[in-house]
Design a protein around this ligand. Structure first.
Ligand SMILES: Nc1nc2c(c(=O)[nH]1)N[C@H]1C(S)=C(S)[C@@H](COP(=O)(O)O)O[C@H]1N2
Ligand SMILES: [Mo]
Length: 532
């Protein structure tokens, strides 16, 4: 059989199978869809270095890139199945079976998998395999898909015994193939598969190629007893290009391992507090919201944020203090860590001492006065001021397990990242960038030393002296600080650098370190060109 034809048969069969699997998943269990299940497994299995590369290279598009990568690899494997199947049906069936087993295993090995998780992979395999065999048979019998669709109206093929060259009667000759009709048929199958996949995608918000925010069921927040005063106006009202004091929720960075956004049902959601405690207990969302709520202004940063990078956001959070919840459970004196678990299986390890040292570590239920969005962990997430997100900010929280670092490790610490990861002091230059006209212009940005507070920011132009910047409003130790320095930009190329000091007077280090294992360091550098 023509190789291109055989490969095409494989690809369209797989496309149909995957599309049916996506649709079945959309109707039963979205996370078990072929693309998401395989994608999530790839995410969990991929070595850290490759993930870092993906995050940096693709930025927030890393999930889309991963999905496209999976589709390309699937197409290649499917083409091979077509080629193998054209030579030997048994071998083709074997290849499809192996791929099917991988699919089903990927789905059932997801942390939230249930019995129905096998369905999408199973149907993908059955439909894909059946489509493969049927198409190979059509092609072998020398019928174009159009002719096949005509079905009974075609005269039966009569093959002269002992001959494979010719046939008697008016039917198409054995081996004859209308390539154009075949490819038209293939395009039809592909279009059908595309339509099914599109329907599946539309049924499940936030799934697959559309990284949109899935709408959580509305959570009604009770009023907060003694909220802090409203945040002051930030420097953004006077300094153009500086990051706003409060990050709009829509601009708040998102980092997680979830390919599809988990959407736990708020009415059945539960938080379990257990492990090495005297009094384990479980809370419903209503019970959690009935506890005293606090509102705090906190900056959240990702350990994967490169120097000067975007993975940092600041807003007002509403929640219940973790210390209150833990004390009620009475932790064992020998415990030194709280392993927080997400409904999607992600875990973070937070030092118990940090959670009990009086800082405002909380189970957050709202950002900026509004219930958490699905992407930021609805209905409730952990938030630990002063620690990077991977050790203190578990989204879609389901459990707090009091334990020890000796007994347990978490998703990222298991993969070589640090157990103890306080946020490092960092300044970021937001403006100017690129090319600008000569004249007065502010050099401005934000700086954070979460839970230590920012005392001072300095700016250096070229090899000049470090100059003290003016700081924006002080919102507290846990919040970033805006800053600016007026600059008389002269024509030519200039190098701008910045550095921050925490409240203890400690300047950020100029030693350049990568994000692994506990956060990047070094001064941010911006090169600009000033026109005459
Ligand atoms: N369930 C879950 N929670 C998670 C993560 C994750 O992958 N899964 N990533 C953590 C990391 S690395 C960071 S930096 C913060 C980011 O929170 P955000 O997406 O709301 O900004 O979430 C943390 N919580
Ligand atoms: Mo992170």
């Amino acid at each position: 059989m023509d190789r291109v034809v055989a490969a095409t048969v494989g690809v369209t069969s797989a496309g149909l199978g995957v599309a049916v699997g996506q649709l079945v998943a959309a109707l039963t269990e979205p996370a078990a869809s072929p693309i998401l299940a395989v994608g999530a497994s790839v995410v969990d299995l991929t070595p850290q270095v490759a993930r870092e590369f993906a995050i940096r290279t693709f930025g927030s598009h890393d999930k889309l890139a991963l999905t496209l990568g999976i589709l390309v690899v699937t197409a290649v494997l499917a083409a091979m199945a077509g080629l193998v199947g054209a030579r030997s049906r048994a071998a083709g069936v074997a290849v499809v079976t192996v791929l099917g087993v991988v699919l089903v295993l990927a789905a059932v090995s997801r942390p939230a998998a249930g019995v129905v998780s096998v369905l999408p992979g199973l149907l993908t395999t059955l439909v894909g395999g059946a489509a493969l065999l049927a198409q190979l048979r059509w092609v072998d019998r020398g019928l174009s898909p159009r002719a096949v669709r005509a079905g009974g109206r075609l005269p039966p093929i009569r093959v002269a015994p002992g001959s494979d060259a010719g046939v008697a009667g008016p039917g198409p000759r054995r081996g004859w193939m209308d390539r154009r009709a075949f490819f038209a048929g293939s395009a039809g199958i592909a279009a059908g598969a595309g339509l099914l996949a599109w329907a599946a995608d539309a049924l499940v918000p936030g799934q697959g190629l559309s990284p949109g925010v899935a709408a959580p069921q509305p959570v009604v927040l009770p009023p907060v007893a003694s909220p802090p005063p409203p945040l002051p106006a930030g420097l953004e009202t006077s300094v153009r290009g500086v990051t706003p004091l409060v990050t709009p929720i829509g601009d708040f960075y998102r980092v997680d391992t979830a390919l599809s956004v988990p959407t736990p049902n708020p009415s059945s959601w539960k938080l379990t507090i257990g492990g090495r405690v005297a009094q384990p207990y479980t809370l419903t969302l209503a019970e959690l919201l009935a506890m005293p709520l606090v509102e705090r202004d906190i900056t959240l940063t990702c350990v994967s944020n490169p120097v000067g990078g975007p993975y940092c956001g600041s807003t007002r959070w509403t929640g219940v203090l973790v210390a209150d919840l833990l004390r009620r459970a009475a932790p064992d004196p020998g415990a030194d860590m709280v392993l927080s678990r997400s409904v999607d299986g992600f875990t973070a390890s937070t030092p118990l001492a940090v959670l009990l040292d009086g800082r405002d570590a909380m189970i957050a239920v709202a950002m900026d006065g509004k219930p958490l969005t699905a992407t930021h962990g609805a209905p409730a997430r952990l938030l630990t001021p002063g620690l990077y997100g991977y050790v203190g900010a578990t989204k879609w929280l389901s459990e707090l397990k009091v334990t020890t670092f000796a007994a347990d490790s978490a998703y990222w610490t298991h993969r070589g990242w640090a157990d103890h990861a306080p946020v490092k002091t960092a300044a970021r230059i937001d403006t100017p960038t690129g090319t600008l006209p000569a004249g007065q212009v502010p050099i401005a940005g934000v700086a954070w030393a979460t839970h230590r507070g920012i005392a001072r920011v300095e700016v250096q132009v070229d090899q000049g002296p470090w100059q003290e910047a003016t700081l924006g409003p002080d919102v507290g130790l846990d919040y970033w600080r805006q800053w600016y320095l007026p600059w008389e930009a002269t024509p030519g190329r200039h190098r701008l650098r910045a550095r921050a000091y925490d409240m203890a007077g400690q300047v950020q280090t100029d030693e350049v370190e990568d994000v692994i294992p506990d956060g990047a360091t070094g001064y941010p550098v911006i090169n600009v060109e000033v026109r005459t």
